[in-house]
Design a protein around this ligand. Structure first.
Ligand code: FAD
Length: 411
């Protein structure tokens, strides 16, 4: 049976995008999918997958060509991340954390306002980060969650950075840090330690995993996305040099306001899971899933109706996903801003719903741990919980921003 492409067969792809998608699809099918069950069972990080990504030059996929990367833009990244999510959700989600540190400090930062001195400093700093990734194969994590209102963008981060001679002194705690123990650097979002600091004073700083005062604590035994190994980070007077900033002071705040699609990068993983649940269902009902008896169930009208419903939901999800990634830019209009909240909500909720429908349709034998569907189901449950755009917060933003223009208040 022909396999669907993640973006649909006639989606306009450049040669470069097609090549990257093909590269990730081959890796995903041949390497990541066969290993996924073990990482999930043991809740261990997919190191072997990262060795493959490193060997294929994909750790630098969004690093500009001038810095030795593959120069992929936002939409290209979203497509390949969705393809990866079809094969191993935990690899795609952790890849997102790594890639965002290059996407945000790379092409996104180029769209933002900086003084000439900030731009020069940023260029020098990111050259160091990019070289570590392209040259040494370094991995970056992206810990911002703290269990407070900060990761939702509604309060300053509790993790603080105090300016000292030659750098910063970091103190605080991050929860759910994917790639904990696997990353070489942790792109920590924190607040400058100064009087009356606000969300505008957010700093984005790369902390080496071997820095004095930095430690990883706690258990990791979650429902889904088990291979992300998202444990707790503690920082006690960690000294970080000035050039470790991934963005100049205040630029993260500007990015969050002016480049909102930067937070849509969690969605592609779950778009891939939605596609995988649908693919599995079709194969299963055709009696074609490897390792299962060749029993066909496709002739039953109830199965056909269920697949039709899944197909409609998948196409609705994909349509909004593709539209949102094509909208992504600096200073999008109000419609695009509202649409990306709708897209995030739709991808996260529908991925889980498609997995639910897949399990109901395929039946009891399909939920055994020897098959991928029950893992897809558990992994898909995590998407709507991820800050800053949880399903709840998307509704919250969508409702408020649809009804109020910027600065409007009720008398
Ligand atoms: C598999 C996995 C991997 C993750 N990896 C990372 C990572 O690498 N880096 C990282 O930083 N985080 C990561 N996270 C964390 C994630 O983004 C959330 O921060 C995390 O799930 C914490 O959720 P919580 O329930 O403690 O949130 P809480 O703050 O307790 O919020 C609970 C819910 O309340 C709502 N809510 C929260 N704040 C507000 C508010 N101010 N106003 C209205 N409603 C609000 C939201 O809907 C939220 O889902 C990961 C999470 C998962 C599940």
């Amino acid at each position: 049976m022909p396999e669907y492409s993640i973006c649909g067969e006639h989606y306009p792809l450049t040669d470069r995008q097609r090549a990257l998608l093909g590269q990730v699809r081959t890796l995903g099918r041949e390497r990541f999918a066969p290993r996924a069950a073990q990482y999930d069972r043991d809740a261990t990080f997919p190191f072997e997958n990262y060795d493959d990504l490193r060997a294929e030059g994909l750790l630098g996929v969004c690093i500009p060509l001038a810095h030795g990367g593959k120069g992929a833009d936002f939409a290209t990244y979203a497509l390949i991340a969705a393809e990866m999510g079809r094969h191993c959700g935990a690899t795609a989600l952790t890849f997102n954390m790594h890639v965002c540190s290059t996407l945000w400090s790379g092409p996104l930062a180029d769209d933002l306002d900086m003084t000439a001195a900030e731009r020069t400093g940023h260029e020098a700093n990111r050259r160091v980060h990019f070289a570590r990734i392209v040259g040494d194969g370094a991995l970056y994590a992206q810990p911002f969650s703290e269990g407070s209102a900060a990761a939702a963008g509604k309060a300053p981060f509790g993790t603080t950075a105090k300016k000292v001679d030659g750098g910063w002194l970091l103190n605080g705690k991050k929860i759910f840090a994917s790639l904990s123990g696997a990353a070489d650097y942790y792109g920590v979002l924190c607040t400058e330690d100064k009087p009356e600091a606000s969300v505008r004073d957010t700093l984005y700083i790369a902390v080496p995993g071997n820095a004095a005062g930095f430690s990883i604590v706690g258990e990791w035994d979650p429902l889904g996305m088990r291979g992300t190994v998202s444990r707790t980070l503690l920082m006690r007077d960690v000294f970080i040099a000035d050039d470790a900033q991934l963005m100049p002071r205040g630029v993260y705040f500007q990015a969050a306001a002016r480049w909102p699609h930067m937070f849509f990068t969690l969605a592609p993983t779950y778009m891939g899971i939605a596609q995988a649940a649908y693919d599995f269902t079709v194969s299963y009902l055709r009696g074609e899933v490897p390792g299962t008896p060749p029993v066909r169930r496709r002739m039953y009208p109830t199965k056909q109706t269920a697949v039709a419903e899944m197909h409609i939901k998948l196409e609705q999800t994909r349509a909004l996903f593709l539209r949102a990634i094509s909208d992504a830019r600096v200073d999008p209009g109000k419609e695009a801003r509202l649409r990306v909240y709708a897209a995030q909500y739709t991808v996260m909720e529908n991925a889980n719903d498609l997995c639910r429908l897949a399990l109901r349709t395929c039946g009891g034998q399909a939920m055994l741990k020897s098959l991928p569907l029950e893992r897809l189901y558990r992994d898909s449950r995590c998407g709507a919980l991820m800050l800053p755009w949880t399903a709840e917060l998307c509704l919250d933003r969508l409702g408020r921003e649809a009804l109020y223009e910027a600065g409007e208040v009720d008398a």
